[in-house]
Design a protein around this ligand. Sequence first.
Ligand code: 3PG
Length: 471
Amino acid sequence: MAHLGLIGIGVMGAAFAQNLAEEGHSVSMLDRTIAKMQAVANEGKDLKGDLIVCADAQALIDSLPKPRSILVLVPAGGPLDSVIDMLIPMLDKGDLIADLGNSNYKNTQARVAKLEAVGLHFLGMGISGGAEGARHGPSIMAGGSKDSWARVKGPLQDAAAAFEGDPCCDWFGPGGSGHFIKMIHNGIEYGDMQQIAETYGIMRDGLGMKAGEIADVFKGWMKGPLNSYLIEIAGEVAAAVDPKTGGPVLDIILDKAGQKGTGRWSVIEALHLGTPASLMMAAVEARNISAAKDSRLEMEAAFGPSPEVMIGALGTRKAAIDALENAMIAAKVCAYVQGFEVLKRASDEFEWDLDLAAIARVWRAGCIIRSVFLDEISDVFDGGGSSNLALAPIFQQRLKDTMPDLQKVIVAGISHGQQVPALYGALGYHNMRRTGQSTANMIQGLRDYFGAHTFERVDDLGVAVNGPWHD
Ligand code: 3PG
């Protein structure tokens, strides 16, 4: 059984310490508030491993067997750097610091280099699953100093979620690769949530459905290919009743979405890498616009209310719900095609040699985007499928079966003022990707006309030429 250090006993840290102890591992805890650690230790006194309260960093370091492994779960950025800078002079060569927060992968790359330069190890690990996951089994995506992974792999895999006996916890590559994977996980999560919000909007505003009826639709979708944690909790959120008003909780939640940044980072990185990320982008933009409530109200007063009722536009209510389900399936396939292509491009660009099948496998349980769908994706990659999931027979067929409904939902939706940017992000992306002859010949012609940027002729590929514009 291992004995690890854990710095940062907030909600997540406390839950993770108890999870490790439940698996029989001992944890030396360090936090600014001793009382908080004592409460965590008391609560976990019957667990198999010990939960040790450390009064200060020296006590933590003295309590750990060498080489030491210290997990850190404090806010990313400044607070994390302060902890690292405090630990560096106190540690011995070969000791390990592992950051379990939502750090930007570039900062993780820099920290790996900084610590390796002084003989220490550093792992950047993305953890998904919220507080519940941290306590009972999160999904863990690690990257960084490979030599040190073997040391923490056992306890972390014990604490992680498992899918059919396989732990949802792995090391994926050097540098910031673990945090990059977690970032894209969150970008996909943003896209999944935006699609849910858009279909909820069509049901609420377009089809005039009550929250309870919408909850039943989400519950029904759990029986099909959309079966996932987010659809499950969408059903629960829609069904919940506010004790104060007796009405749906959804109706008393202010429509301004928050965000901590990982979705935005995903979009920025996808753009840097030159890979499409239209669903994540739509999701981030929708959150940004939602946050400007006053401006939306002002615009609504100027332009008139939107959206409008669209009962009948998609046939009967049953036909409309079936079309919405198919629309979400099509959009979801596109979102995952995009997500895995960003990962593949990053893997090539940064020479991480990421195993896409293994990534899909650790997302099958424990994390927020867990779904039946990810099991199918891991099967495709395990079977040697390319990073373009759209060409795998199972997803190719699914796209062929569901794209017509995605198109129908979008046409009906936008002609009634519904907001469907993520759904359209999927359709527009797929339509462009399946078009052999694009319109970029016009772009190239314009670029060459005004800037002499040159183009290739279709009958003489590989040769840069100019057009006859200015003769
Ligand atoms: C998290 O990391 O807590 C979530 O997965 C994403 O958070 P956000 O929606 O606040 O950005």
